[in-house]
Design a protein around this ligand. Structure first.
Ligand SMILES: Nc1ncnc2c1ncn2[C@@H]1O[C@H](COP(=O)(O)OP(=O)(O)OP(=O)(O)O)[C@@H](O)[C@H]1O
Ligand SMILES: [Mg+2]
Length: 347
């Protein structure tokens, strides 16, 4: 008899960490957004690392903090470039000229990506004001009636999708990965209408699980900000995967990649939430939608400091961050395998 609801998830984790995990046999899609309505839980780190593991990808940074844009281009905060905000503004302020060819070749500014045909659309701090512009535009649309209301609302809600589709054609990309902010209003809302499915990082802490529940309510509740204004085809994203970030493992002798007690408690809770909301997932099997990933530790700090994908790092590498020697931890090989497994179940 199963001791834990999550036994199946726990027992495959060892093979995943050793790089021999059996694929989850999920349906695959072209466009994903990485999203959870909480800060600092690994959205951007996952977006950056997963973008490295794919080719012909368009990464879209919709978070006004611009962390992903900085990873791709360390000159991002100094340079003036055309951004996601520039392509969206004409939808909210008719009359403004439309931008095109906004995506930049990542390999031009981050040499680690030089062999990848990957592009990114930079974010902008101006996206902080998008929520109020969007709310005004949607309120005006709601004053219209009949087909006009439908046309204008669809145009607003699908603005990001329309612009991404144009950039996909211009760059020749066949995959899209959107990094989002911790807040729903504004670009995250538009991202949900632009993608087929979501990838949701959940850190093993109570607040992060609460934000997963908030996300699910936003996705399902008829009175939520998302459901209140739907496009005419009622599109809503499904959830492909929940990535538990920052997992810890038992140090008991002989235990092979078995989550520690704290991680297990959160895993059980998340598994229960997934089962109760399975209609929002891309299959009806809760066990297929949760993958665990280690705390990145020093590997994460080195990766951030050097804008270097974890896949390119090895145990024993080290670098000085603010004059403190920081080592890539021995578990980096395990983390690489976990990231590759996640990636192989997306595309
Ligand atoms: N398994 C993991 N997956 C992703 N990030 C991890 C993991 N373990 C540790 N981390 C660390 O957690 C931090 C997450 O920061 P990150 O900027 O990715 O979060 P975020 O969700 O994008 O935050 P924000 O909402 O502010 O944009 C990074 O320092 C990263 O190295
Ligand atoms: Mg981020």
């Amino acid at each position: 008899m199963a001791r834990f609801l999550s036994d199946a998830i726990i027992s495959r984790q060892d093979a995943i960490s050793r790089g021999v995990g059996t694929p989850l046999a999920l349906p695959t899609f072209d466009r994903y957004a990485i999203c959870n309505l909480r800060g600092g839980i690994g959205k951007t780190s996952l977006a950056f690392n997963l973008s490295y593991l794919a080719d012909n990808l368009l990464a879209v940074d919709t978070c006004p903090q611009g962390n992903l844009s900085y990873f791709y281009d360390n000159g991002y905060y100094q340079n003036v470039s055309t951004t996601v905000n520039d392509v969206l503004l004409p939808y909210f302020f008719p009359g403004l000229g439309k931008a095109s060819r906004v995506a930049q070749f990542i390999g031009a500014t981050n040499p680690h990506f030089s062999t990848k045909k990957n592009y990114f659309m930079p974010s902008s701090a101006e996206l902080y004001t998008l929520p109020s512009q969007m709310a005004n535009a949607l309120a005006s649309a709601n004053q219209l009636s009949g087909p006009q209301k439908v046309t204008v609302t669809d145009s607003l809600l699908y603005s990001l999708k329309t612009e991404i589709e144009r950039e996909v054609i211009e760059t020749g990309a066949n995959k899209v990965l959107i990094d989002t902010s911790p807040f729903f209003s504004g670009c995250t809302h538009l991202a949900w209408h632009a993608v087929d499915a979501l990838i949701i990082p959940v850190r093993t802490d109570k607040q992060s699980v609460n934000s997963l529940q908030l996300l699910l309510r936003t996705l399902s509740n008829p009175s939520s900000e998302f459901r209140r204004n739907m496009p005419s085809d009622q599109h809503a994203p499904k959830i492909q995967m929940i990535v538990l970030t920052g997992c810890g493992w038992t140090t008991r002798a002989g235990a092979r990649n078995e989550p520690n007690q704290q991680t297990k408690v959160f895993l059980e809770e998340v598994r229960d939430i997934v089962a109760r909301n399975i209609g929002h997932f891309t299959t009806n099997d809760p066990d297929k939608h949760i993958v665990l990933s280690d705390d990145f530790l020093g590997s994460g700090r080195v990766s951030s400091a050097l804008s270097k994908p974890i896949d390119l790092m090895n145990p024993g590498d080290s670098t000085r961050i603010n004059r403190i020697k920081t080592d890539v931890n021995p578990s980096v090989d395990k983390i690489k395998n976990q990231l590759r497994f996640i990636s192989s179940n997306l595309w």
